[in-house]
Design a protein around this ligand. Sequence first.
Ligand code: CTP
Ligand code: MG
Length: 232
Amino acid sequence: MHAVGIVAAAGSGLRLGADRPKALVPLGGRPLVAWSVAALLDGGVAEVVVAVPAAERDEFAAALPAGVVLVEGGATRTASVRAALAAVPGEATAVLVHDAARPLTPPAVVSRVLAALVAGAPAVVPVLPVVDTTVAVDDAGIVTGAPDRGSLRRVQTPQGFSRAALDAAYDRLPVGQELTDDAAVVRAAGIPVGTVPGDERSAKVTVAHDLALAELMVGAAAPEPAAGTVLR
Ligand code: CTP
Ligand code: MG
């Protein structure tokens, strides 16, 4: 299997409200996109294509290792992934699609997704259980029902696909139609989507609080002091 990663990094990050596109916002001194690309490479993908905002292409190139391919993203996440998919090399047999906004995804999650594809799944997503009671409401905010929490999951990225399945699904999706993730694109094409365990550390940075939490996690994971350091 030759697995290529796609990183969707072309959003502006309106809800985070930073002074630059969200994927370029630093975490522990390193842009979010550099973390998410590293997670894919550490987890076993062979190469990475990143969808970036056209105006900041140079900043992205400076933030990423040589060999990472940059393409111009689109107006929606779906359009950005479609653009990156067109730049995936011909020899790829599997594609993992990841959010730049998930910087702290452990490489073990990437490995689990890859292992499910090797085992023959056409599509697989990392998921976590829903721990809060979850309700549906009407326009007035009145609770109308509570789905059985036991059958609900929160879906993360990277989402893994056989290259043939992802290409076929995007080919079928009308240009301009937007879906929230790639598993939805594949399911719309009638392809079954499996699951593997996700990880809380793979949380998406959406609002300022998420970035503050990620900074705490990076700080908590600081390396041990070098041998010979005297602690008082
Ligand atoms: N994304 C993208 N192209 C777009 C929109 C989003 O590649 N046109 C990417 C983002 O860069 C992000 C991922 O999709 O890594 C998940 O989207 P989200 O968290 O919603 O990021 P933004 O769209 O940038 O943020 P916001 O919705 O707050 O503006
Ligand atoms: Mg968005």
